[in-house]
Design a protein around this ligand. Sequence first.
Ligand SMILES: Nc1ncnc2c1ncn2[C@@H]1O[C@H](COP(=O)(O)OP(=O)(O)O)[C@@H](O)[C@H]1O
Ligand SMILES: [Mg+2]
Length: 504
Amino acid sequence: MRSPRRRLKSRSNRSGRSDKGGFDRESSSKGLFGIGKGTGARTPIDGFPAPEALEITPRAVKAGDTWFRTLAIVGWPREVSAGWLQPLLSWRGAADIALYFEPVANDTAARHLQKQRARFSSSLSKTGISDPMMEVAATDAEDIARSIARGESRLFRLGLYITLRADTLEGLDAETYKVKVLCSSLLLDARPTTYRALEGWLSTLPLGADQIKLRRTFDTRAAADCFPFATGEMVGHSTGILFGRGVSRTRMDAGGGGGSPVFVDRFALPNHNMLILASSGAGKSYTAKALTGRSALQGDEVLIVDPDDEYVRLTQALGGEVIREPTQAAKEDSRVVCYALGETEEARLHEAVGQALGSVWQRVDKGPVRRRQVVVDEAYLMLRENPEASYLLWALIKRSRKRLCGLTIITQDLADVLSTTLGESIINNASIHLLLRQTEKAIDGIGSAFGLSEGERNFLVAAPQGQGLLLVGGERAALKVVTSQLEHGLCVTDPAAQLVAANR
Ligand SMILES: Nc1ncnc2c1ncn2[C@@H]1O[C@H](COP(=O)(O)OP(=O)(O)O)[C@@H](O)[C@H]1O
Ligand SMILES: [Mg+2]
């Protein structure tokens, strides 16, 4: 049977203004997310450049060559957390999403909750049997009533609509299926606005006119968690150094790195160590150089074990000391020390990194206690087949906190880290984990070692240079390491250093 179709001639004229004076002023001021009430009886397409004709079926609207279908959220999860809508908001398909917030007056809210609680208690006294679902709902209602009475919270009515676009009805069905599956994973029940397809579409145009009015009541906290800009970004510390900017993977921020700046103070964390783990060329050393430079400028002492002479330019720019003989102690007043081992022959390199680490250890252990950072690049040289260096690294990790010292351990191979007890100790004793781009091969191991979600794994495999996941304590954020022009010049891999590494 053919579905009944309604044709609606657009009343707009070509100049974009209708005789009736055009678009309702009140609704135009309400912005993209439609905060506010509907516009009343007037058809909101009046006065807009609109298609010649609309073809309306029970579950879709065709405007020009494009089919539209709107899904309204009719079922919501019981509890939500900050940024919980992000997977939907950053969905890559063609979708317009409208979120309506309507505040409820406090006296209305109180009356509504009172009624609800009365209903719960009467149902309990009628049946005499306690229903666990009912009990939970009753407790929730009571908690909300209390916080409203205390002025800590208020109620909002929220509507969420998603309009999908496709060139064909079949395409639209396929998109609908994908979005419904995504919604189910967020415990959202999304249903097409059947027989109200036009109203659904209009509700997601930037008119601020909710013509569907399928609402659910939220308290302040839950409503705030739905805000599109609460993307679950890391708040970070108020002290410390700039690590980068949040990468919110929404369409508005396609290039990444447009999010909030993320500051981390490693000395405010239980231990001050950091592990940087990523595939070759992902930006590990670049990041370490940028962070080291910033820390040095804040007055931290920095000791670097640099097998590839990559940190020499930075050290010189900071007025530090470059040491080529690994057993040599640094001058007592040097605040930035780089053991540059790029000229060491391959056969001696393992031994040399061990000796350099020994010199660093001496200074950390015997020198005055002060804020210090030790950077160990290409740490596989110490982790693999190098028992003396491994032992020193272990001693540094164990002792560093008491000596106000933070280690930055940089390596590209998770196997180096996971296959040894020292590696495990590194992971467990590093408050900061920075994971940059990973290879397809490595991602499963990394994923299970750091408890990454499917989305996080995909993000890491596709991450451009300098982007990755920052894990600090319980928090995690997608991050882009950003640098100034001056920093960039000092952090890019020096072609001469690359040549040395290539000739090994
Ligand atoms: N955050 C970044 N911004 C801009 N360029 C970057 C960034 N991170 C890395 N790069 C580029 O990638 C190159 C390789 O990075 P590098 O840190 O040497 O990789 P690896 O992970 O092997 O240590 C750098 O020389 C630089 O050109
Ligand atoms: Mg490197």
